[in-house]
Design a protein around this ligand. Structure first.
Ligand SMILES: Cc1ncc(COP(=O)(O)O)c(C=O)c1O
Length: 361
């Protein structure tokens, strides 16, 4: 069974053999079996610091907190540095599970509309009443797949600095580019420490490790590290050792090249299937990375409006006309209206069933 709802690699792409050797070698290296330091395994934060430099983010290991996935970072930020009722600007649409974290911690969400380049910057305005933050996924946005171009990134940084709106940059899909390198993270342009940057191993290796990282100003990272200690006493040491070894040995880089190669093939297969089965009823973007091919954002609103209007006119319109004019319409005509409407509905129902059977065969 293929789970289309979650953004994760197929289990077939998991590098079992290489990972076996990683686990073998760490079994000899792990000395202490006690709790780790609040910000996570030091060799891992050092490796991530070096790794982030390659992506234009120049931070010391002290500014990195190892978390149990990017989602935990959002939870820590919400309970550690925000008050309930703070406003979070989010892309409309955004990743549903991140929204749930914010909602469950009492944040007030404000959706910002998007065009094909990401958030429309003119909608970013600080609320005078409470803390305001922007949560954004600028690279392979979930769910639209949009990659925010350099120019828009610069504008976001400028306007957020002007409005004094700190940013949470969720960059978990960065490494899954298939055609060309995406622009550097917003964090690489952050001069004042107002971007909290999130990364994760969930998309390039497996969510199963539950390892991600949060990058921010040292005092903020220290505070969130303390809260994490009070919450779960640190992320899995085994996962952290494995990831440290995975990255230090060069297997991370080697594996990501193979993953990209395989994802390119899978993308082509998925696009061919879409073309074969849905080209007459739908349009979609060719994804440049990430896991999703979606309806272009500019077309989505028109599409949704069209479907809503068609449904409204079809169901409400026809039934209203029929009931208003029922005394003026000849019983035979009424019967014909019923027959035609019923026929159309049965036709579309059968078409749906047929498409479904063809898809699962
Ligand atoms: C945009 C985005 N952020 C975060 C996550 C979750 O990441 P993690 O497994 O590191 O918590 C996902 C998973 O689908 C995601 O799409």
């Amino acid at each position: 069974m293929i789970r289309l709802g979650t953004g994760e690699l197929s289990p077939e792409l998991f590098p079992r053999k290489k990972m076996q050797s990683v686990f073998q070698s760490i079994s000899d290296k792990i000395g202490s079996l006690g709790y780790l330091e609040p910000k996570g395994l030091l060799p891992l934060t050092k490796i991530i610091s070096a790794y982030l430099k390659k992506h234009g983010v120049d931070v010391s290991p002290d500014c990195i907190l190892i978390v149990s996935g990017a989602l935990q970072a959002l939870q820590l930020i919400s309970i550690g540095i925000l008050q309930p009722g703070s406003t979070i600007f989010v892309e409309k649409p955004s990743y549903i599970k991140s929204l749930s974290v914010f909602q469950s911690t009492g944040m007030k969400l404000t959706g910002l509309s998007m065009d094909e380049y990401g958030i429309r910057v003119n909608e970013i305005k600080r609320s005078n009443k409470n803390t305001t933050l922007l949560y954004t996924i600028p690279t392979f946005h979930n769910p639209t797949g949009i990659i925010m171009p350099e120019e828009r990134r610069n504008k976001i940084i400028t306007i957020c600095e002007k409005e004094r709106v700190p940013i949470i940059e969720d960059d978990v899909y960065r490494e899954l580019w298939l055609d060309e390198l995406p622009p550097k993270p917003l964090k690489s342009k952050d001069k004042n420490g107002s971007v909290l940057y999130l990364g994760s191993i969930s998309k390039t290796l497996a969510p199963w490790f539950r390892i991600g990282w949060l990058v921010g100003p040292e005092p903020v990272v220290n505070r969130l590290g303390d809260i994490k200690m009070q919450t779960d006493y640190g992320s899995s040491s085994l996962s952290q050792w494995a990831l440290a070894e995975w990255m230090a040995s060069g297997l991370y880089e080697e594996n990501i090249l193979e993953v990209r190669e395989k994802l390119r093939i899978r993308r082509q297969v998925a696009l061919n299937a879409l073309e074969r089965n849905f080209s007459d009823i739908a349009i979609w973007n060719k994804p440049k990375g990430g896991f999703r091919a979606s309806l272009p954002v500019v077309d989505a609103n028109i599409f949704i409006l069209g479907v809503a209007l068609a449904s409204f006119f079809w169901f409400t319109g026809i039934t209203t006309i029929a009931s208003v004019f029922r005394n003026n319409i000849n019983i035979k005509v009424m019967r014909w209206i019923n027959l035609i409407c019923g026929g159309v509905m049965i036709y579309y129902g059968l078409k749906l069933v047929y498409t479904f059977i063809v898809m699962i065969r």
